[in-house]
Structures are given as C-alpha cells and as structure tokens.
Design a protein around this ligand. Structure first.
Ligand code: FAD
Length: 399
C-alpha cells in the first residue's frame, strides 16, 4: 500500500530525529535524502501548502553558466540530476534542454561573459561566445542591433517547478518522511547550548500548540529563514525581496533557449505549453515579505521584452504573480551548522537560483549532516564568513 503524501497536524509525533522547517524544494529534497540515507524519523513542517513559497512561483530555469568554479561544478551536477529526475522519481517534470542565451550590450558585460565562458569551458561545458549573426542563427527573432556578444550553453534547461517539488515530496513520503502542511513552527526550544525541540501551531487549531522533541532543526524557510533564526536569537544577513514574473497566452513553439540579460535582469523562455514566461529586476521594490503583483513590473518587463524581441509586442499576458527572492550580501547561500547553537542548521540564502541548486545542495546537506561529507563547501558557505569577512563573489546573478 502506498503511503500518504501529507499528514494532518493531529498526527504530529512528539519526537523526531530531524525536523525540517519549510516545505519548499530545499526542505522536501533534503528530507528525502536524509531518509534515503537512514537519518531515522524525519518530519517536514510547512506553515502553508507545499509550493506556497518561492518553489511554486519560479521560472524553472536550470543552468551551468556561472562565473565561479563552485557554482559551475554544482550546477553541472544539478543539470545531470534534473535530466534523470523523471525516470528516477517517476514524474514528468517537463525537462527541456533548450539552452540559456545571455546577451551583453556593453563592452563591460561582454568581458564578464567572456571570462565566465572561459572558466565554464575549462570545466567541460560546451558554452560558446556568439556574435550577432550567430545569435540570430539560434534565435532569429531577437533584435541584435546593439548586441556586443552573447554566451550560449545548449545544455542549460528549464523544468516545470511544481511536479519537481511533488517528485521530491512523493519520494520523501515513500521513505517514511512525515510531511505536515499548514503547521507553523512557532518557537524553537533549546537548553541554552543546543536545540531540544520545536513548538508548532496548526492552521486548523491555532489556539493549541504542540511540542516535538528533536536534536536537529533544518531551517529551509527560504525568504522566511531570518524570521525562524530570530526565534533563537540568531540574526541572519539575508533578506526577502519581491520578484515578479508573468506568463503570456500560448504561442506555437519557436523559442529554443531561455534568453537573459544580466544588465537589466530580463529573462524569458517558452514553456512546453507555448507560453512566454519571464521577469525582470525591479530595483525600486523595497525589501520585505511582499508577494503582491504590480502594474509597474508589467510596464518594465514589456518594454525590455519587446525591445529584445519586437515580435512579442502583440502577445497578451494571461497571468502575473510574484514570490520572494532570499537575498544574501555576497550572492551566495548560507548553509550548514551555526556555531552559536548546536543542532540548528541553515539551508537558505539561495537568491533567485535556489531551485536549480536544490537537487545537488539537498543531497550534499544530507550527506554533510549524517556523514560529515563536503566539509569544504559547508565551511565556505557558512554563516561564519560574514564575521570573518571572507566573502565570495558570483557575477552571473539574475535579479
Ligand atoms: C519569481 C521567481 C522566479 C524564480 N526563478 C528561478 C529560476 O528560474 N531558477 C531557480 O533556480 N530559482 C528561481 N527562483 C528562486 C527559487 O524559486 C528559490 O531559490 C527556491 O525555490 C527556494 O526554495 P526553498 O525551499 O529554500 O524556499 P521556499 O520555496 O520559499 O520554501 C520555504 C517554505 O518555508 C515555509 N515556512 C516559512 N516559515 C515557516 C515556519 N515558521 N514554519 C513552517 N514553515 C515555514 C514557507 O511557507 C515556504 O513554503 C525564483 C524565485 C522567484 C520568486
């Protein structure tokens, strides 16, 4: 008999070996790997429905075009996991390798792209620099009048985010992970030195609290992670920032790659259903946990999109929505155990690219927590770096 995917708050246990807070892709995928590796009783607590955070609101872009060795290596592996995901997890995630095409319209951006391409090629990626004529061979509809250069990796891809998250949720449930949607972690209990449990509040009965004893809490709350950390007096440097996105009416398939521009943060791709899905940076948005849509975004996006691909001028927008990026000061995630409190683990700060990082980071996190593996990565991306000042850089960030 197959196990239930999710459980009612009334079935919450009183003890667990690991409590993962956050039912987005990071939390669910990590819970799956923890269970796969024999971590014992693992539960996932999600204050809303699965996919309610950024994991259900993103563009599904997965790319290995990055400017740092660490990201190129990780994302190469993530792409490989994505391409096998449907077979291994028995769910169609609409994985499509159409490539990513980054456009540079200034000499400065062109230099940046050229340096990244050289590094990517050193790591075995087939990324190439394209001139305007070559770009038009890949996407004839692009306006390349002021293009300096573009970088193109045909192996980059797009997935449909929801089934990807459900795939991990199913696989986790099959391995005995208890997934509890509509259960919020209200407080984290400690003995002063280490985590001893969490106190939860269910949406179905908000007046009652429930206590789960546990020695290990994983903060996979995305843009809400500073809120959770603050409950145990830990101040995180990451902060939430609204990012908007929209989808048009479906068009006959014509667009191969996801097209992106680092200077403006514009990106758009064509989904398997034909819609043009894309977004753009909007620097005027103040920081905060705001997931509302705005008219300003539509204007900004429409102007940049039609300048880049004029034939899209007459296409109708069908739906717009928003989610929160989880931004860190140096553009890199914050992961691993915290020095100040034993048993409190961070898995957050994934900016606007946490979806593509999740397949590999979730596996590594489980291996790190259970077997101490990948220590170098978890040292480099530890919260501690903001105290020691050993910050890292990554220039190929969208948004
Ligand atoms: C519009 C948009 C487009 C994006 N496009 C891309 C893209 O193309 N490619 C890419 O790789 N990434 C993209 N991203 C980023 C990506 O979606 C995120 O980095 C990733 O989904 C983060 O996953 P997560 O599980 O860490 O966080 P989330 O999915 O946000 O999950 C965190 C969960 O924690 C829950 N939670 C919070 N507090 C509590 C609590 N106290 N108790 C219980 N539960 C709690 C929340 O309800 C939420 O469901 C995009 C993001 C947005 C918003």
């Amino acid at each position: 008999m197959s196990r239930r995917l999710t459980h009612d708050a009334r079935d919450l246990p009183t003890e667990a070996d690991v409590v993962v807070v956050g039912g987005g892709i990071m939390g669910l995928a990590t819970a799956f790997h923890l269970a796969r590796l024999g971590a014992g009783r693992v539960i996932v607590l999600e204050k809303s429905y699965l996919c309610s955070g950024a994991s259900g609101r993103n563009g599904g872009g997965v790319r290995a075009q990055w400017s740092s060795e660490i990201n190129i290596g990780l994302m190469k592996e993530s792409l490989a996991i994505c391409s096998d995901f449907a077979t291994e997890m028995r769910i169609n995630v609409w994985f499509r390798r159409g490539g990513y095409l980054f456009l540079a319209r200034s000499e400065e951006r062109a230099k940046q792209l050229a340096a990244s391409v050289a590094l990517q090629r050193d790591h075995g990626l087939p990324t190439r620099l394209l001139d305007a004529r070559e770009v038009r061979e890949v996407v004839p509809e692009l306006d390349v009048s002021d293009l300096v250069v573009a970088s193109y990796n045909p192996d980059d891809a797009v997935v449909f985010p929801w089934p990807f998250v459900w795939g991990y949720a199913n696989a986790a449930a099959e391995r005995g992970v208890g997934i509890f949607p509509f259960v919020e972690v209200d407080a984290i209990e400690t003995d002063g030195k280490r985590v001893t449990g969490v106190v939860t509040r269910a949406q179905s009965d908000p007046k009652r609290t429930h206590r789960v004893k546990t020695p290990l809490v994983v903060n996979a709350c995305g843009a809400w992670s500073p809120e959770l950390a603050a409950k145990v007096g830990i101040a995180l440097p990451n902060h939430p920032h609204r990012h908007e996105i929209c989808s048009t009416e479906p068009l006959k398939p014509f667009l191969g790659p996801l097209v992106a521009e680092l200077a403006t943060g514009l990106y758009f791709s064509q989904s398997m259903r034909g819609e043009i899905v894309g977004g753009i940076s909007n620097e005027k948005v103040p920081d905060g946990l705001d997931q509302e849509s705005s008219l300003r975004f539509l204007g900004l996006y429409a102007r940049a999109l039609t300048r880049t691909m004029p034939i899209l001028g007459g296409v109708r927008v069908l739906r717009q929505w928003a989610g929160c990026y989880d931004l860190t000061p140096d553009g890199n995630p914050i992961v691993g155990r915290v020095d100040a409190l034993e048993g409190f683990v961070l898995l957050c700060g994934f900016m606007g690219h946490g979806f593509m990082m999740a397949p590999v980071m979730s596996r590594m996190t489980a291996e790190h927590l259970l077997h101490g593996a990948h220590d170098a990565l978890f040292q480099r991306w530890n919260l501690r770096r903001y105290e020691t000042g050993e910050l890292l850089s990554e220039s190929m960030i969208l948004g």
